[in-house]
Design a protein. Structure first.
Length: 197
């Protein structure tokens, strides 16, 4: 409880002294963007923050995705705008930050009868940040041909998410022992995808 109260005092003081985002960093009016703005303030305050977690709702799009003008496009646009503002806000500090974007489940490749996509196994993860070999698809891309899909409708699982988490945890958190971080995970059977420069 004492640690909680001390943390509350730190955050309260930070809120009182909050600085405006950097020029050009325009966060959209969404809960996710507000979260990115708060994380940027914590990083800029140099409080020793190592990990921050944000959650975004609304991605379970079983119906009405409607292509480039639908729900999924709107959510992706909000995410992109929040990330862009976050990057501008941090400026040179972004070189020390890694953002990992993932979903707890994948989606079907093809639309269902409701114009949405249902749950499947694999999902891509996005990793924007400063110390990455970016601009490419890392790991194994299974393809979208019928024979390349998992159980006809979903992307094939080609990597364990813990291999990516472990690769990021090594340089960013100084944790060289992935097995301690993820018990029962076998790094030798799941090589990292190679996103760190």
């Amino acid at each position: 409880m004492q640690e909680t109260l001390e943390t509350w005092e730190i955050f309260s003081a930070l809120a009182d002294e909050a600085q405006a985002p950097a020029p050009g960093a325009i966060y959209p009016a969404t809960p996710l963007a507000a979260g990115f703005a708060e994380v940027a303030q914590l990083i800029e305050a140099d409080l020793g923050i190592e990990i921050a977690f944000l959650e975004a709702d609304g991605w379970d799009t079983h119906a009405g995705q409607r292509g480039a003008s639908g729900t999924l496009a709107r959510l992706l646009g909000q995410l992109a705008s929040a990330l862009a503002a976050f990057g501008i806000d941090l400026g040179e500090q972004l070189a020390d930050v890694c953002v990992l974007i993932m979903s707890e489940f994948g989606r079907m490749v093809a639309e269902n009868r409701s114009g949405g996509t249902d749950h499947r196994h694999a999902t891509p993860m996005l990793v924007p940040g400063g110390t990455l070999r970016g601009g490419r698809v890392a790991g194994i891309w299974p393809g979208l041909a019928p024979g390349q899909l998992f159980k006809v409708r979903g992307l094939a699982v080609t990597a364990d998410f813990r291999s990516l988490f472990g690769e990021i945890a090594d340089p960013h958190l100084g944790n060289h022992n992935i097995a301690a971080l993820f018990p029962r995970f076998h790094p030798a059977a799941n090589p990292p995808p190679g996103v760190i420069a």
